[in-house]
Ligand binder design. Sequence first.
Ligand SMILES: *[C@@H]1O[C@H](CO)[C@@H](O)[C@H](O)[C@H]1NC(C)=O
Ligand SMILES: *[C@@H]1O[C@H](CO)[C@@H](O)[C@H](O)[C@H]1NC(C)=O
Ligand SMILES: *[C@@H]1O[C@H](CO)[C@@H](O)[C@H](O)[C@H]1NC(C)=O
Ligand SMILES: *[C@@H]1O[C@H](CO)[C@@H](O)[C@H](O)[C@H]1NC(C)=O
Ligand SMILES: *[C@@H]1O[C@H](CO)[C@@H](O)[C@H](O)[C@H]1NC(C)=O
Length: 301
Amino acid sequence: MSTYVDLMMKIKMRALCLFLSLICAIRTEGLSVRGPAMPLRVQLGASVTLPCSVDTPIPLHELEVQWMREDSGSLVHLFLGGESRPESQSPAYSGRAEIFTEEISKGNFSLLLRKVTTEDKGMYKCVVHTEQESSETNVTIDTELLVVTGADVPVFAYAGEDVILNCSVDTHVPLRELEVEWMKTNEEIQVLLFMEGRYRPESQPERFRGRAEFFSEEIPKGNFSMKLRDVKTEDRGEFMCIVHTDRESVNATAWLQEQGFSTLHWCVLCLTMAAAVFAVFSCIPAVWWIKKALKENPKKK
Ligand SMILES: *[C@@H]1O[C@H](CO)[C@@H](O)[C@H](O)[C@H]1NC(C)=O
Ligand SMILES: *[C@@H]1O[C@H](CO)[C@@H](O)[C@H](O)[C@H]1NC(C)=O
Ligand SMILES: *[C@@H]1O[C@H](CO)[C@@H](O)[C@H](O)[C@H]1NC(C)=O
Ligand SMILES: *[C@@H]1O[C@H](CO)[C@@H](O)[C@H](O)[C@H]1NC(C)=O
Ligand SMILES: *[C@@H]1O[C@H](CO)[C@@H](O)[C@H](O)[C@H]1NC(C)=O
């Protein structure tokens, strides 16, 4: 009997709690700012949208949106009195951080941050004020630790020439923890390998042995460009510089294109043609002489 009463009490209490918490939820629902559930991972140099929105649009005249760094408190972007206020923005974000003007009236105050640098890593907050209340959300940016740059334009070379295929690595990861490989993409051949802090010529295929190498003295600067000697016709095509760390793998490409004939080739070709022409012309008198000789002594044969 007493257990029954207990049970009823419990149920009533539960119901009451639920009711109260519902009321609380409704009361605080007034201004609730939504942000992303997870940190945003961004490549250095890329753009990122930091989400921040409210469910019910706020009249522009009573709206103030502050985007700021949670750590330093510096102002990233301010929207006040119906417009953005770039003059109050921290210089580090000048011209790089903006909100989507056409989205503001919909309650979307997301921030577009361009050309992300390592300094942009950290926690941001989006603070939304109305006349009566204010609310905020946190957004964390994690920058990727690795940027790899190849060559924008193809490299042209004559057969027999030496070329440099660029690959620059920008990272804070120590050299010893980097693995850098150059691949010939279409044939999936590994041309060069840097691992555990040093160059690994032993893993190089026959075809590139002694012809492809790094600039050892440039490696500490992140210059993993490849020097390819004595270019051969079959070398032309796409090369890929792939950089691995524990966390990620990023690549960049470089193109090698063969140019028809070198100056040397042209010289040889011209000389050959000149010789041929000379030969032909020098034949004419000889033929003429033979003909003449035959005509003069037709019966000698
Ligand atoms: C806010 O606007 C940006 C840019 O148009 C868009 O990418 C984002 O999805 C929008 N967010 C919401 C919650 O509508
Ligand atoms: C944002 O982060 C700060 C610092 O970690 C914390 O004090 C605050 O409660 C967070 N705000 C929200 C809305 O999560
Ligand atoms: C390789 O890098 C050097 C130095 O940054 C640059 O001058 C050169 O134009 C680059 N070559 C190519 C093909 O991108
Ligand atoms: C890398 O070093 C080589 C040799 O000094 C140089 O020719 C090349 O331009 C450098 N590449 C980059 C991208 O700096
Ligand atoms: C190179 O990078 C691209 C884009 O980041 C990726 O899709 C591709 O799988 C990578 N290729 C290799 C061979 O790692």
